[in-house]
Write a protein that binds this ligand. Structure first.
Ligand code: 3EB
Length: 339
């Protein structure tokens, strides 16, 4: 079984790639009125690309075993015997402000409860990776930042279905867009993954309450074993040491610190993986920048550290702490010798 992610800038005939081997996709830089395809889950990310000759980029998850499509509680998904990719959008306006929390908190809780119900029903219960996008992530309503509202809902959902909210939790990112419903894409499978933490950082699920009443529910990275293959999913990574933001106001410093953190996580991957070592130069990166003006410096730092060859997509979007200017996520796939 193989799982690969193909990223193409521009408008390639990716629907031509289509067919049974597509698990799902993400489209970055699309307009708010574009619709996803009917037969395949696709996360529509309306954040502008930066420094790209093309308006949109598309990441397609492909496998070498035929997939089938399904729909469950508003979740569009495709799966084969080993993996499942799904996309869910929930409009928080469907929830009333009330004792069970503000609308975004309720939407997040409902979204994750549905995801867990789907995964249990499909017999692919391990949530490996989640991509979370929400509007106005740093906006404060009724005294609480929206990212923190999201964290309460997400955390509650894990506990509601008796899932651990520490330790074996998915790799993730949580990113702010200008508008739109809460959008969650996810990759799940049959077997538990190996979670990785970063020795330079406190685990996010142990952040002190200064960062919100409920800690964020994600691992710094996950190693996922599939037959003949191992994948490394590195969560959104920022300029945080311990639990504190460092290099406030300094985009170059934040980019270098985020890359130091990624290097530390890669070190952990290499300590715990039994396969061939990972290197930062081989990773595929998604770089979120709060300010488009920061692109030239971010590009230069990334090129310097990673090399130009690797796939790097730069996106203008908000980060979950208002003092963070950049967040970087990364992925790699290794073939393993078949035992
Ligand atoms: C951080 O390290 C930066 O809430 O799912 C990174 C990755 C961050 C995932 C999430 C948040 C999340 O705390 C923010």
């Amino acid at each position: 079984m193989k799982l690969v992610c193909r990223c193409d800038a521009g408008l390639p005939p990716l629907d031509a790639v289509g067919g049974p081997y597509v698990l799902g996709s993400a489209r970055l830089g699309c307009g708010p009125d574009e619709s996803p395809p009917a037969d395949s889950p696709r996360q529509m990310i309306t954040a502008p690309l930066l420094g790209s000759a093309h308006a949109v980029a598309q990441e397609v998850w492909l496998t070498d075993e035929a997939c089938r499509a399904g729909e469950f509680a508003g979740i569009r998904f495709r799966r084969n015997a080993h993996v499942l990719f799904g996309v869910l959008e929930i409009d928080e306006q469907a929830f009333a402000d009330g004792p069970s929390g503000q609308p975004l908190q309720q939407a997040a809780a409902e979204a994750y409860r549905r995801i867990f119900r789907l995964l249990d029903a499909e017999g692919l219960p391990q949530l490996w990776r989640a991509w979370n996008y929400l509007a106005d992530i740093n906006q404060v309503t009724n005294g609480l930042e929206r990212y923190r509202q999201f964290n309460i809902g997400r955390h509650d959902a894990f506990l509601a279905v008796n899932r651990a909210a520490v330790g074996n939790v998915p790799a993730a990112c949580a990113i702010g867009l200008r508008r739109g419903a809460l959008s969650i894409a996810f990759l799940a499978g049959r077997t538990p993954a190996q979670p990785l933490e970063n020795p330079r950082q406190i685990s996010a699920y142990h952040y002190p309450v200064d960062y919100g009443p409920r800690s964020p529910t994600f691992s710094r990275a996950l190693l996922v074993a599939l037959p003949g293959q191992e994948s490394l999913f590195i969560s959104g990574t920022a300029s945080i040491v311990g639990h504190r933001t460092v290099h406030v106001g300094d985009i170059g410093g934040q980019c270098r610190e985020a890359l130091n953190n990624i290097a530390a996580v890669v070190g952990e991957a290499n300590r715990l993986s039994s396969g061939v070592a990972y290197s930062p130069a081989e990773l595929s990166y998604r770089v979120y920048l709060r300010q488009a003006d920061d692109f030239p410096i971010a590009r230069a730092v990334l090129d310097d550290a990673v090399g130009k060859a690797g796939g790097i997509v730069f996106v203008e979007a908000d980060i979950c702490r208002s003092d963070l200017l950049v967040e970087i996520e990364a992925t790699a796939v290794h073939s393993l010798p078949i035992a």
